[in-house]
Design a protein around this ligand. Sequence first.
Ligand code: GFB
Length: 320
Amino acid sequence: MPSSTEPPFRLEGRKVWVAGHGGMVGTAIVSRLERESCTILTVPHAEVDLRNQAQVEDWLAANKPEAVFLAAGTVGGIHANDTRPAEFIYDNIMMVANVVNGVWRQCQAKLLYLGSSCIYPRLAPQPMTEEALLSGGLEPTNQWYALAKISGIKLCQAYRRQYGCDFISAMPTNLYGPHDNYDLEASHVVPALIAKTHAARESGAESVEVWGTGKPKRELLYVEDLADALVFLMKSYSQEGHINVGTGVDVTIADLAALVARVIGFEGRFDFVTDKPDGAPRKLLDVSRLSDLGWRAQTDLEEGLRRAYAWYRDNVAGTT
Ligand code: GFB
């Protein structure tokens, strides 16, 4: 268990690498770190492909970061996970293996890795505590991604045990916010509902299609809250066990759609497309360990959806 006697890890004046800085999570971490008086390091994908061991090792040897946020990954919603299994398992295993081993060999930085609530067993008791990991069978639609992410958490633990590396893992719930992926084939539910509902309102359509039955529940965390939690953990947490990061509250997909409609001002109806998968029935995190450490999410779901929609209107709608 975390202890209040652990010395805090200082970010001030340090070189901090955000791997995956171009994605939704990486962008939010970079923006949060701008308040920490550290030197933020990033490297474009075209220069270092994290799946390439030699490129990762060479870059780490040349740049020697002192802290690493490993936010890179091949990620996507239920359809992308279900239809691109090879990419989801190969890319994510290679990235974490190369970065974890490279950091140990080249710079011995403190490293924070990201799991995901979808890697807990499909039918884990709710809310899911950290102990639920590996206690049951996986959700079939994202088992490939889950196996890669579980391997990443275990890699961090193994390097801590055998080599004494200060590697930690956080387990975020479903995320949304600015810089999300709005490609409907690859996106998660929040950007999909925002894009489809906005389009319906603009065109005057009477209905919006929602995949599945609308009955599954999801816990949704605004990505800027996640970034704040990750900086908090980087500074204050140094244990082998991963830590859940969420809000502790979930919502059905049908209620989420209704909330998105309210935010966007759409007055039509939702049609549930039941030949699309529901995925896990529920995956609510038990966030008591993080609360006990002193961190809580700040952004309420409706406010977060308003900000996400504002970003979508300013950056995506009408630009394609
Ligand atoms: O967000 P989502 O794709 O991911 O889907 P998961 C959540 C729920 O929303 C599912 C429903 O029940 C979907 O069927 N849904 C309704 C929709 N309409 C839509 C839509 O238009 N698009 C999408 N995408 N969903 C992912 C995992 O699971 O969660 C990943 O597959 C990842 O591995 C992520 O970890 C956090 O919550 O089901």
